[in-house]
Design a binder for this molecule. Structure first.
Ligand code: ATP
Ligand code: MG
Length: 333
């Protein structure tokens, strides 16, 4: 049987947060011993909506790499790569551009949502609209058959599958058809109650937040807007403090008891939040410890990125060779 080959990644637009952990990192960690995992720090994709501010992207490449190492992704088991340094991906993107029509890109529900948030107005960069095509290049360059993602990425995987089918039909069976795998928590709510915790929405608890940083954010968190006094019966469904308790507080009995008391108007937000601060800080503790180790050794982080990128480039160039051959542009002169 074909070994599972995974491609995942993140845009280096800021540090990674709890949503990344439960939406994707956790699964990568679980898979790293049994599957071959390629992890892409997608700086080219991040530029599609940050091209006026390239430092934001380049400054965050090492930040994201440190987050990976801090959560326990092991560079001996996984390949961590920087997208812009693997030009083969850009070449594949150019070929795939022909296989997708404009209407299809405009219908992508995630892109639509993001366009509304980003307020490009009438000046939508073509690169942004086409980023799902470059994601297809990311995935297929490494012949990945599995892509663990949060829910927002499902339309991208669907787009990739369409490109793969079309390419293979037109030019021969070269590309691997990938499947998405959705985590237990496909979309973690933001601290402001927005449906998605996201770097761009400024509603995130970061894996690198300090204990007091976590406390400040949690104490300000959005809860049940209809509840004014601690004696009012409160809603726990869709209430982010309880969503987070369910995920990050390993003491299920405590969580069940808090919910019951909250619904009965027998516990205040403050107590629930204090216990949440404790749970999240306990969860982040081993991540903080590992981060300190790598932080003290920036040369090691650079070496991991260099070696990972070189390995990725090798794999991607093999795919590009086959793609060009299939497209009959492998001239012998
Ligand atoms: P940006 O705002 O720059 O787009 P982001 O916070 O959306 O950043 P990405 O780098 O776009 O993060 O996402 C990387 C991966 O993490 C994707 O697989 C995405 O589905 C997943 N992810 C991001 N946010 C969440 C979340 N709140 N819940 C679950 N998964 C998430
Ligand atoms: Mg995103």
């Amino acid at each position: 049987m074909l070994k599972t080959r995974v491609l995942t990644g993140d845009r280096p637009t800021g540090p990674l947060h709890l949503g990344h952990y439960v939406g994707s990192l956790e699964e990568r960690i679980a898979l790293q011993k049994e599957a071959e995992i390629f992890i892409l720090i997608a700086d080219v994709q991040a530029l599609t909506d940050n091209f006026k501010n390239p430092e934001k992207v380049s400054d965050n490449v090492r930040v994201v790499a440190l987050d990976y190492l801090a959560v326990g992704l092991d560079p001996r088991l996984v390949t961590i790569m920087v997208q812009s340094q693997i030009s083969e991906i850009a070449e594949l993107t150019v070929f795939y551009l022909n296989l997708v029509n404009l209407g299809r890109l405009e219908q992508n529900p995630t892109v639509k949502k993001e366009l509304a948030q980003k307020e490009f107005g009438k000046e939508i960069p073509v690169g942004f609209l086409a980023y799902p095509i470059s994601q297809a290049a990311d995935i297929t360059a490494f012949k990945a058959n599995l892509v663990p993602v949060g829910e927002d990425q499902l339309p991208m995987i669907e787009q990739t599958r369409e490109i793969v089918r079309r390419f293979n039909r037109l030019y021969g069976n070269i590309l691997v058809l990938p499947k998405a795998s959705i985590s237990k928590v496909p979309r973690l709510i933001g601290i402001d109650g927005n449906e998605k915790m996201s770097k761009s929405l400024d509603n995130a608890i970061y894996l690198s937040d300090s204990p007091s940083g976590v406390e400040n954010k949690v104490m300000k968190m959005y809860t049940d807007p209809k509840r004014i006094h601690p004696t009012d019966p409160g809603h726990t469904e869709g209430n982010p403090i309880f969503t987070y308790h369910e995920i990050f507080n390993p003491n299920a009995e405590e969580v069940a008891d808090l919910k019951k008391r909250y619904r009965g108007g027998k516990v205040g937000d403050v107590e629930v939040k204090h216990l949440l601060v404790e749970a999240i800080n306990n969860f982040l503790e081993p991540i903080r410890r590992r981060r300190v180790e790598f932080n003290e050794n920036p040369k090691l982080v650079d070496k991991i990125l260099k070696e990972g990128t070189e390995k990725g480039k090798q794999v991607a160039s093999e795919t590009l060779f086959e793609v060009k051959k299939a497209m009959k542009i492998n001239y012998s002169f």
